[in-house]
Design a protein around this ligand. Structure first.
Ligand SMILES: [Zn+2]
Ligand SMILES: [Zn+2]
Length: 200
């Protein structure tokens, strides 16, 4: 990787979304460009709740997060790091319909690529094919696995978090949790919605 200069000081911003954790972070893995130039770096981690800050007080990790895979520097590129592997974690968050606790299991492969943030001209020139790995950016001398995992997990969360598929939610009229007790309120808005759908 001759001809590429990385900032002498570790950058403090990463993808503009979160602070990278560097020194002081325990039990996670830092993929440094220097090491990646020599070899692929395998990883296997078991992270208890709290090791990754999801930046969302409503989102919490239940049990350990398990992740295993490898990071490599793609030799045909200008410093692109590819991190792939498998992740398994259970998260808890309030149900969007009834506000009771909902559980989300993520048990999935991931395949993510990161370009140096100062190579944005190159990034503009390269179009992502459909199905190609997700693309992110890193600054400084490498990439922290905790940041990779956090970002991937946040991307994987469903648009709507429900405690169960048939959660009946909270009655907008009386506020009763309709999973626990049926109320007698008549929901004319719901009827209107169905009527509108039938006309389509
Ligand atoms: Zn619910
Ligand atoms: Zn009601």
């Amino acid at each position: 990787m001759t001809g590429i200069r990385f900032p002498p000081e570790p950058a403090t911003r990463y993808n503009n979304q979160f602070e990278p954790s560097r020194e002081g972070q325990e039990s996670c893995v830092f993929f440094s460009i220097r090491d990646l130039e020599l070899r692929k770096i395998p990883f296997e981690v078991e992270l208890p709740s709290g090791k990754i800050d999801f930046l969302d007080p409503d989102l919490n990790q239940s049990g350990n997060l398990h992740a295993a895979g490898q990071a490599e520097l793609l030799s045909s590129t200008l410093g692109e790091i590819r991190v792939r592997g498998h992740l398994r974690v259970t998260l808890g968050a309030p149900c969007d319909r009834c506000l009771e606790s909902a559980s989300i299991l993520l048990d999935t492969d991931f395949d993510l690529s990161y370009r140096p943030a100062d190579m944005d001209i190159a990034a503009d020139e390269v179009e992502l094919d459909e199905g190609e790995a997700e693309m992110g950016f890193y600054e400084g001398d490498g990439l922290d696995l905790a940041d990779v995992l956090r970002e991937f997990i946040l991307l994987q969360l469903p648009m709507q978090i429900v405690c169960r598929q048939d959660c009946k939610g909270i009655c907008p009229v009386c506020g009763e949790n309709r999973n626990k007790a049926a109320c007698q309120c008549r929901l004319e808005t719901a009827d209107d919605r169905w009527a509108a759908l039938k006309k389509l």
